[in-house]
Design a protein around this ligand. Structure first.
Ligand code: NAD
Length: 251
């Protein structure tokens, strides 16, 4: 397995895909900065798992939707752990509802966390990488950015925005030797999808060519690949991790 001594920051790593990614990066030799916003216990558990498997990890509280908070987060991570080598922009939320009934507050909050949150941490994190002329960045979007989804106008818009943001940044940062890519998960078994009823889960699973929901580890491994030297000639790409759910959708 590839080894690295660099520092990786994973946003929203107190559970789900973020936690699985933080653990996978720990196993690959990164020192991992585990960002969380409210769930201190979840973040501590992620840290404990990484440390138990022999790598270094620390938890950092920050709301990614805050511009200054994201700057302070990056500063705190680099002060405590060293220069950032990898950045995983994973933190995200849903506030579902049909467009005609969607409140302005639900629209704004999803855009603030999912899209502005990626801009915030990408901006401050990439500044440090630019000075050192190296770095790897992956943002977590969703296949619904490509396909659309009923009841998720705010979420689909935020995740499609992430793809545009990544493509622009990939062009800007290429001259510094920094790659920026997107992972677009399909239907993954986490707390985010845990609230769905059995019937909805069955219907969604039936639409997946590989016949099962994804696991957080499925997504974590794709992220780890895009951060690895094996992916050094890939930038501005959207890698779908969805069991074939969105075959045919345009990237
Ligand atoms: P989750 O709800 O289990 O985890 C989301 C994480 O983000 C949590 O740790 C949460 O505390 C954190 N977070 C939320 N708001 C934050 C903020 N303002 N600042 C910092 N952290 C914040 O969800 P998940 O399923 O693990 O999702 C992870 C990412 O993958 C999200 O961006 C989500 O949109 C995306 N995604 C998930 C699925 C799926 O099926 N689960 C599919 C496609 C994309």
């Amino acid at each position: 397995m590839m080894q690295s001594s660099g520092v990786a920051l994973v946003t929203g790593a107190s559970r789900g895909i973020g936690r699985a990614t933080a653990c996978e990066l720990g196993r690959r030799g990164y020192a991992v900065a585990v960002n969380y916003v409210g769930d201190e216990q979840g973040a501590s558990e992620t840290v404990e798992r990484i440390v138990a498997e022999g790598s270094r990890a620390m938890a950092f509280r920050a709301d990614v939707s805050s511009h200054d908070g994201a700057r302070d987060l990056v500063e705190a991570v680099e002060k405590a752990m060293g220069p950032l080598e990898a950045l995983v922009l994973n933190a995200g939320i849903t506030r579902d509802g049909l467009l005609a009934r969607m409140s302005e507050e639900d629209w704004d909050r999803v855009i603030d966390v999912n899209l502005k949150g990626v801009y915030n941490v990408l901006k401050w994190g990439s500044r440090s990488m630019m000075r050192r002329k190296s770095g790897r960045i992956v943002a977590v979007s969703s296949v619904v950015a490509l396909t659309g989804n009923v009841g998720q106008a705010n979420y689909c818009a935020s995740k499609a925005g992430v793809i545009g943001l990544v493509r622009a940044s990939a062009r800007e940062l290429s001259r510094y030797g920094i790659t920026v890519n997107v992972v677009a998960p399909g239907f993954i078994d986490t707390d985010m999808t845990g609230a769905l009823t059995g019937e909805v889960r069955d219907r969604l699973t039936a639409a997946i060519p590989l016949g099962r929901m994804g696991t957080p580890e499925d997504v974590a491994k794709a992220i780890a690949f895009l951060l690895s030297p094996d992916a050094s000639y890939i930038t501005g790409e959207v890698l779908r991790v969805d069991g074939g759910m969105s075959i045919g959708a345009h990237t």
